[in-house]
Design a protein around this ligand. Structure first.
Ligand SMILES: [Fe+2]
Ligand SMILES: [Fe+2]
Length: 245
C-alpha cells in the first residue's frame, strides 16, 4: 500500500518509524497532531507529490517511480540530496562517532586491537564520505544547474559544449563510488570480533545505526544514479544535438 496525500502523517511513522529520518530532513518535526500528509506538507511549503514519491520509494524497496521522479525539477531533487548530505555529516556521523567513543572508552585489554581497528576504519570512512559529498556539492551540483540553465534557455553554445566535454554527467557516474558498501568492514568487526566483556547494548546501538545509515545511503545513491544522472544526460544530449559549430 502506498502512502497517499489524505493519510495521516502520524500513520506514516506508525507504519515505518525509519521514515522519521526522511521526514525530518524535509524540515518536518513531530507534533503534527491529526493532520494529513497534504496539510503538513502545505504548512511547510513542501511539494506533496515529491515528498510522497521519496517516502514511498524509501518504504517500498521495489517502488521506484523513475520516470515520475525524473519529472521533478532539478532544484527539488538536488535540494533533497543536499539535505540528506547535511543529515549524514551533521547528525548521523557525529552520533555514531559519539557512540564509538562511549564504546571504546572503557579500557578493555581483550578488545584493545578491535577498538583500534574500529576507530581507524570509522575515521577513514568518515573522511571518504566527506570527500564524496564535497565533490558532489562543489563540483557536480553546480555543473548540473549550469546544464539545466543552458537547456532551459535553449542555449546550445560553444562554452557549454566545451564544459560538457571537460566533465560530463557520465564522468560523475563513473567516479561515483559506492560509499554504503564500505560500511561492511566496520559492521563485521562489531559483529564478529568484539570480545565478550564489551558493552553489548552499546555495540548493538552502533550496529543498528550503521545498518540504518547504509540503507539510507543506498536509497540516496539510487536517486543520484537513476534520477539525477539520466535527467542531466537527457539535457546534455539535447544541447549536443542542437549545437552547430
Ligand atoms: Fe550524495
Ligand atoms: Fe553520491
Amino acid at each position: 500500500m502506498l502512502f497517499q496525500p489524505n493519510m495521516k502523517m502520524a500513520d506514516v511513522i506508525h507504519t515505518n518509524y525509519h521514515l522519521l529520518q526522511i521526514i525530518s530532513r524535509f524540515g518536518i518535526n513531530l507534533g503534527f497532531g491529526d493532520k494529513n500528509i497534504k496539510q503538513v506538507c502545505q504548512d511547510h511549503g513542501i511539494d506533496v507529490d515529491f515528498f510522497l514519491e521519496i517516502v514511498n520509494s524509501y518504504h517500498h524497496i521495489n517502488y521506484f517511480p523513475r520516470k515520475h521522479l525524473q519529472g521533478f525539477s532539478l532544484e527539488l531533487i538536488v535540494d533533497y540530496l543536499r539535505k540528506s548530505h547535511e543529515y549524514y555529516l551533521k547528525l548521523k556521523i557525529p552520533e555514531i562517532a559519539q557512540l564509538l567513543i562511549d564504546l571504546t572508552r572503557i579500557p578493555d585489554p581483550a578488545a584493545g586491537t578491535s577498538f583500534q581497528l574500529i576507530n581507524r576504519f570509522f575515521n577513514e570512512y568518515r573522511t571518504e564520505l566527506e570527500v564524496h559529498i564535497q565533490r558532489e556539492e562543489d563540483k557536480v551540483y553546480p555543473y548540473v544547474f549550469m546544464v539545466e540553465k543552458a537547456y532551459l534557455d535553449k542555449a546550445a553554445h560553444k562554452d557549454i559544449i566545451d564544459r560538457i566535454r571537460q566533465y560530463s554527467i557520465d564522468d560523475y557516474e563513473k567516479e561515483h563510488d559506492n560509499v554504503e558498501d564500505k560500511l561492511l568492514d566496520l559492521k563485521n568487526i562489531l559483529i564478529k570480533y568484539l570480545p565478550v566483556p564489551v558493552d553489548p547494548r552499546l555495540s548493538q546501538s552502533v550496529l543498528f545505526e550503521l545498518f540504518r545509515l547504509e540503507a539510507d545511503l543506498r536509497d540516496h545513491a539510487r536517486i543520484e544514479e537513476k534520477i539525477l544522472v539520466p535527467k542531466v544526460r537527457f539535457m546534455e544530449k539535447w544541447l549536443f544535438e542542437n549545437y552547430s559549430a
